[in-house]
Every structure is written in structure tokens, then in C-alpha cells.
Design a protein around this ligand. Sequence first.
Ligand code: GLN
Length: 388
Amino acid sequence: MPSLSKRTENFTDSVIRRMTRISNQYGAVNLSQGFPDFEPPRELLNRLAEVAKEDFHQYSITWGAQNFREALAEKQSRFMGRKINPNEEIVVTCGSTEAMMAAMMTVTNQGDKVIVFSPFYENYGADTILSGAEPIYVPLYPPEFNFNVDELENAFKQHPKALILCNPSNPCGKVFTYDELKIIADLAEKYDTFVITDEVYEHIVYEPYQHTYFASLPKMWERTISCSSLSKTYSITGWRLGYIIAPKNIIEVAKKVHDFLTVGAAAPLQEAAVTGLQFGDEYYRSLQAKYTKKKDLFLKGLDDIGISHTIPQGAYYVLLDISEFGYESDLEFCEVLARDVGVGAVPGSSFFRENVNHLIRLHFAKKDETLYEALGRLEHIRNRIHKR
Ligand code: GLN
């Protein structure tokens, strides 16, 4: 038999998604893969039920249904502070996972370098390999997860084609300040580099932090490929609705890539989601308030148990320090945690370029009762997980 493709040899399946399967296997409270267990807004579900009986069962236009793009352009223009053209500046994708992959394939050639901050969201590693690019990792230093400007400039000196910016950041919860983004913007301009953003947590930011869209910085619209999705904002991760927003010349190429990758996102789901895109500002305020409460509840619970952890400025993840257990493999620790404590987590090593084995990631996008259940189980962690 001939051998299978070389490009698949250098990455594994997603550890995040593997941890969901392991959690399910042990009946653990799954705080690994980030998705809610509460209902999406009622209005979306009601509309979805109607849509089932309407005429939305065939392909939509490949780059997204007209009314979906119009509603999205309207909403994003409001938040990004720039008039987005629904016909020329948007491609609707199957989740931001496709958006990021399509963005990478739109800008990079084989062997091109791409700057990735570490820790990073797991997909970027595979995205770079699949698109034939090579990552240059730049560390973010805890506790604030700041970058060192010289280290960043040194990475730019290697003439990368693009920088990937996850803001608000998964897994470390960093929300980049305007000044930090301005440093990145100046370097992107100086070294003529694209910036591909992943802004899926744009509406999950905790006071006093504020989200700044990278594309809104002076002169950055031209070189920014903004990727995001409806998954986290409307609690519909299974609907797989994402998008790319960028200038016309970039979108024309992204449309081609997307066309042959997936043809299009699910038509009935786009139609139902228009309802969400038309929500007023109050929806986003209450989403933020809801997640702020969950964050406070969960962090207090962890503090009561006495486990040290990061304090997120945005997104819904916490990194916990598990050094006291002395495990050499955080993967093994997570498996034992799911089995013996009954809580699903993601090993920190899947997010770091550096050799990090003392962190695990939990998320708190869950009903309060689920969070209390998880905290109740974690209370016994020291009796159930024995030191190595
Ligand atoms: N962003 C989510 C996480 O980090 C998962 C997204 C996914 O699995 N596609 O857990």
C-alpha cells in the first residue's frame, strides 16, 4: 500500500476534542472543550423550528446567504466601527475553524513563516502545518501574558507572511490592550505582514478590560483578516457558523478557498441565526454580565479549594497549576482527573510551545449547577489524586 500524506504526520488529532471523548467515557463533568451546556437564546430556537418548514434546505450562496451577510455586516459595522460591505468584505464559513484555515491558505505559500503567540489555541499548530507554513513562536509571559517587544520584533525580522492574533485569548484569557495592539500593528506595517485574527470571544470580556478589533487600528484594515464566529456569542457551537471579514481583494481569494473547502455553511442554520445577529446591544451586555457571574463563581470556588489559577480578562478559560501533584505528564493527570475526580480538563501542554507540564485548562461556560458540581468534585482532588 502507498503511504499516507506526509503533512498529516506532524500533528495529532485535537487533544481538546479528545478530552471531551475521555470525559464522556468516564461520565466526568466536561470542562475541557469550551462549549456551553445552557440553551441558546429562545428566539434562535423558535426561528430554527420555523425554518425547518420553510424553503432553506438547499445550498445557500457559497460565501453565505444574502440576508445572513447583511445582518452580520450590520452588526459587525456597529461593533468594529467601520462600514462593512456584505457583498465584498465577508465570507461565511463552517465555524471559525474553517475561517482560520481558509485565511491561512489565502495568505501563505509553502515554507512561509507565521508568528504564533504561545500559549496558543491548539488549531493554529495544525493550521500552519496543513497550509505548509512554519510557525515562529513568541512567548507570552504570565501572569499578565505580556510579550517582550524585542522578541516580537526578532520574529518579525524573519519576514513572516502573517501573525495570528487570538484576542481575547484562548487559553490564557488575555485581552490585548490598545497599546499592545499598536505595537503589533506598527511591526506588521514595518515588516509588511498580514494579521489573521481569531476574535471568537469578542463579546466575552470582563470589566474593566475592553475588546479592540485589530482591524480598527489605523492603517490595519488593509492587512487584517478578521475571523470570528457565532458559536460563543449565541451559544451555538454545534451550528458551525463562522466568518472572515477583510478587504475586497483578500476576500476574493478567501471566497475561492472556502468554495472548494466546504461550499458553504448550513443554509437553514444561517437563516435561523439571522435572528441573533439582529439582537440589540442589550443582548451583548447581558451575555457579558452572565459570563462575569460565572467567572466570579468559578474562581471563588477554586480559591476556596486553594488551587492557584490564572485570572482571565476575557474568554472563559482558567489555567490551573497542578505542580503540587508532581505528575510528569499533564495528559496523564487529565486522564486521572476525569476518571478519579470526575472532571474533564485539557492538558496545558497542548497550548504551549515551551515545555509546560504543570498546567491544565478548565472552562466555565456551563450552568451554575454544573459549575457547582465540578467544584464539589474538585474539593476532593487531593484525596483522589495521589502525588507522583
Ligand atoms: N475553542 C474551544 C476550546 O478551546 C473548542 C473549539 C472546538 O473544539 N472547535 O475548547
